[in-house]
Ligand binder design. Structure first.
Ligand code: HEM
Length: 414
């Protein structure tokens, strides 16, 4: 028998991702919900509420079943009805044109022209550039007594790669990073009004800067993504100028925050298990397993969201159209139904069906690029990072809910 949906169905258990307990050990909380209330109704403070899914099977289903759509309310200001004054106009305009918030067929129209830059063969072509960049960044860091693997290495690498690929190479990368972080905080679960204010400013500035780059490419086309999207623009299927700018901004954020996160955690694991350096030297294919296990174990995107399009039953619950659903990717990737001993980080684990890149129509567009960058970074660190030592004994994570990333990983040469 299914439980009736919506208010009144909440269990005794409360999912509180803003709590200190969640910040301390989110995985223990996921485990409890997977076992006791895997399709959880989370009541909102001002009425309403949303479902939260914790099991791999349910999250997978929501990613792939057409009963679930992607037109999910973006953050506060962006959700105001069209007739209401919009407190965050630049942020609303930006986010509402992101492919990630669109459903088929609009989603295909936006994704297809962008996807051409991220096919495995295009990404293979970028590998040499990534290798050069990695060596350059590491050479630059050689002069420093210590440095932060997250900001100085992983972020510099992934941001330069995506900026070049788009055609933003003239843009100040530090500013690009600051604006992207401001947007990431605003699209995280439960953003504060101050975070939304900062994101509004970032959205305005980013839209201006990417717009200028677009104008430059209109006058002087090159082989980059902006030039390609401009060439394919217009007509019924092409993206308009605002859509090109918005989706390139999505790529900047999506393309470096998450990749930075996985590279940072991979390096932390290597430093904690120095025997991996030997294994990497002896078995080059070990790289792949290490990266996939790190993606599973500390998934950079812990939650994404969907909206129910048509009535559907899940875990004995009835979900009805219009209800919002949070998909716990980070929890799904620790589900013992799919992964043996899921709470153990096993760098030799055979890669399985992790959902770190999502699934279905919105499967991460940049997955081949992220995997290639992580592999190139790991290859170089296996050669050059043996004597790195962590300066702080404990790992510090960013205080985010939907995103998971190390705040920093400072190392010095031993
Ligand atoms: C380790 C790195 C990465 C992780 C863990 C990751 C994770 C994800 C996830 C979970 C989704 C699906 C969201 C959903 O279905 O709601 C997604 C979508 C997306 N990702 Fe990534 N991503 C990574 C790297 C990248 C890179 C390098 C790029 C671009 C250069 C990128 C661009 C995108 C885009 C554009 C989408 C939206 C696709 C669509 O809506 O069709 N990602 N990513």
């Amino acid at each position: 028998m299914t439980t009736p949906s919506a208010p009144g169905t909440e269990s005794e258990m409360m999912f509180e991702p803003t709590s200190a307990e969640f910040a301390r050990d989110r995985y223990a909380i996921y485990r409890r919900f997977r076992e006791q209330d895997p399709v959880h109704w989370r009541s909102g403070r001002n009425g309403g509420g949303r479902w939260v899914l914790f099991r791999h099977a349910d999250v997978s289903r929501a990613l792939t079943d057409s009963a679930f759509g992607r037109q999910v309310a973006p953050p506060a200001g962006a959700t105001a009805p069209a007739s209401a004054p919009r407190p965050f106009p630049a942020l609303s305009a930006l986010i509402s044109s992101w492919m990630i918030f669109r459903d088929h067929p609009e989603h295909d129209r936006m994704r297809n022209p962008v996807a051409r830059a991220f096919t495995p063969s295009e990404v293979a072509r970028l590998r040499t550039r990534a290798q050069t960049l990695v060596e350059t960044v590491l050479d630059e860091l050689e002069t420093r007594a210590d440095f932060d693997v997250v900001e100085d290495f992983a972020c510099t690498l992934s941001l330069r790669m995506i900026a070049e690929l788009i055609g933003l190479d003239g843009v100040d990368l530090r500013m690009l990073r600051a604006w992207s972080l401001a947007l990431a905080v605003a699209i995280d679960a439960e953003p504060t009004p101050a975070a939304l204010e900062r994101a509004e400013l970032a959205a305005r500035e980013l839209t201006g800067v990417v717009g200028l780059a677009l104008e430059r490419r209109r006058r002087e086309p090159r082989g980059d993504l902006l030039s390609q999207l401009l060439a394919a623009s217009g007509g019924e299927q092409g993206l308009d100028e605002h859509e090109i700018i918005s989706n390139c901004i999505l790529l900047v954020g999506a393309g470096h925050e998450t990749t930075t996160s996985v590279i940072g955690f991979v390096v932390a694991c290597l430093l904690a298990k120095p025997e991996c350096f030997e294994r990497l030297a002896a078995v080059p294919s070990a790289r792949h397993a290490i990266i996939e296990e790190c993606l599973r174990y500390e998934s950079p995107v812990q939650f994404t969201a969907r909206v129910v399009k048509s009535e559907v039953e899940l875990g004995g619950r009835r979900l009805v159209p219009g209800q919002q659903v949070d998909l716990g990717l980070g929890s799904a990737n620790r589900d013992p139904e799919v992964f043996a001993e899921p709470e153990r980080l096993d760098l030799e684990r055979k890669p399985g069906e992790h959902l770190a890149f999502g699934g279905g129509r919105h499967f991460c567009l940049g997955a081949p690029l992220a995997r290639m960058e992580a592999a190139v970074a790991l290859e170089a660190i296996a050669r050059r990072g043996r004597r790195w030592q962590r300066v702080e004994p404990n790992l510090t994570w960013r205080p985010a809910i939907a995103f998971r990333a190390l705040e920093r990983l400072v190392v010095r040469r031993g």
